[in-house]
Write a protein that binds this ligand. Structure first.
Ligand SMILES: [Zn+2]
Length: 101
């Protein structure tokens, strides 16, 4: 089985990816002024407008491949915690930083 996340475009502040979930989804991330702008075309994101697991998987994979170099784990943790995210709101800042380390 191949990777579920395919990074199609990566830079220090932007990533575009295809993520294989129950369907194939397109994810886009953009880091700007300490905020993470993200989009996914899955039903969860379209309904909640909020960070879905595909975006989360893309962040982790992009990090692993050395993209998003301008984003520090601490600033991303701040952005995620500030986003009132259903999926990750039970994570502590330490959890997030550990995931991203
Ligand atoms: Zn999604």
């Amino acid at each position: 089985m191949g990777k579920r996340v395919k990074i199609r475009m990566g830079s220090p502040t932007e990533v575009g990816a295809r993520v294989q979930g129950s369907d194939l989804y397109s994810v886009a991330l953009k880091w700007s002024d300490g905020k993470l702008c993200s989009g996914c075309d899955c039903p969860f994101f379209e309904e909640h407008g909020n960070l879905c697991k595909h975006i989360w998987a893309t962040i982790l994979e992009a990090w692993e491949q050395g993209h998003l170099g301008e984003v520090t784990a601490g600033s991303l943790a701040d952005a995620i915690i500030g986003a009132e995210n259903n999926l990750v709101r039970d994570l502590t800042r330490e959890d997030i930083e550990l995931l991203l380390s």
